[in-house]
Design a protein around this ligand. Structure first.
Ligand code: SF4
Length: 339
């Protein structure tokens, strides 16, 4: 990892690593969280689950990564990294959904293998796959994609329909802060939205996130009060916000309309969950957070979010090192902050 000279100058010495929330920093934060539109007309900015997790685990890390934007430099390596592996699987799953399942075309083992291979070459060009670690990764990826496909067929046998993939959902929340009332865009990119029809005909919208790491049921079962404090619930916070975004749109618009023409009314059940590729046997690992019906869920979530964002803007609370040293273990900024 290397950092540019400009960023190095902006960082105070390690021993005094308390970053005050000056007017300038608060203005930067406000701009960061406000909704904006980029040159291509895409909505941008705001608070995403990863940003929130960063802030809750260590406010200094949030400052480095979001406010002054010190980014990890991409390392060029012939062997696939975990991020590359994850994005390769994600794009394969996305294409299988968009080009096959959502068009009513069957997905057999040969299709899975062909799309996986095409995506490998699209993403990694001519990086060798015939030997070494890349060959091992390739075999693992193929096995995971085939097993996932098979389990979907066996478990759901036509009762599961993919409605949407890789789309960003967002809303804007007005938040009273020490800096005045500010509009904050809350957003998340949702891997897959599914429609599951039960044996009794009851329909559930499922908001699914793919995880290439291991996820267990306990990772999706936080107590509501732990959501705002406990660093081990970073995955649960993601599901919490995804489910909120779906409920919020459903309530604001009175329904959800999908590209296939299906409309979900405001009473439709919504669940968020993970597909963990290191725990495929567990199936869809549901968000166990209980916040009541859609309206109660939205109200409680917004109260929590307002509290968190007000904390972020509180000039009495400088950005500082976390007390939980376990968080530092994999942090990119260890060398700067002296941990
Ligand atoms: S190393 Fe630890 S204290 Fe320093 S920024 Fe990272 S998480 Fe925070």
């Amino acid at each position: 990892m290397r950092f540019g000279a400009a960023e190095r100058e902006a960082v105070p010495p390690a021993e005094t690593m308390l970053i005050p929330k000056t007017e300038t920093v608060l203005a930067q934060l406000r701009d960061l969280l406000a909704p904006r539109t980029d040159s291509r007309g895409q909505e941008r900015g705001g608070l995403y689950p990863t940003h929130l997790n960063n802030f809750l685990s260590c406010s200094l890390r949030y400052y480095f990564s979001r406010v002054i934007r010190i980014e990890e430099e991409e390392e060029v390596d012939e062997t696939l990294g975990s991020n590359e592996f994850g994005s390769w699987l994600h794009s394969t799953l996305e294409r299988l959904d968009q080009e096959y399942r959502m068009k009513g075309k069957p997905v057999d083992a040969e299709t899975v293998k062909a799309v996986l291979k095409e995506e490998y070459h699209t993403q990694f060009g001519n990086r060798v796959i015939e030997s070494g670690m890349n060959l091992i990764f390739y075999r693992i990826a193929e096995d995971l994609m085939l097993r996932f496909n098979q389990l979907q067929e066996e478990r759901y046998n036509g009762s599961l329909e993919v409605l949407q993939t890789e789309e960003e959902w967002s809303t804007v929340l007005q938040v009273p802060t020490a800096f005045g009332i500010i509009p904050v865009r809350v957003a998340g990119k949702i891997d897959r939205v599914e429609k599951l029809t039960g044996p009794d005909g009851q329909v559930t919208i499922r908001v699914a996130d793919y995880k290439t790491g291991k996820v267990e049921a306990k990772d999706a079962s936080p107590k509501p009060e732990a959501l705002l404090t406990d660093t081990k619930y970073d995955k649960a916070r993601q599901l919490w916000l995804y489910q909120y975004l779906v409920f919020k749109r459903m309530l604001d618009q009175g329904q959800l309309r999908f590209a296939n023409g299906w409309e979900a009314g405001p009473e439709t059940a919504v669940l968020a969950g993970f597909y963990s590729f290191r725990n495929l046997g567990a199936g869809f690992i549901e968000n166990q957070l209980s916040l009541g019906d859609a309206r109660a869920y939205v109200e409680q979530t917004e109260a929590h979010l307002r509290q968190l964002i007000a904390d972020l803007f509180d000039p009495e609370k400088p950005f500082q090192k976390t007390e939980d040293r376990a968080v530092c273990q994999w942090c990119d900024y260890k060398k700067i902050c002296g941990r």
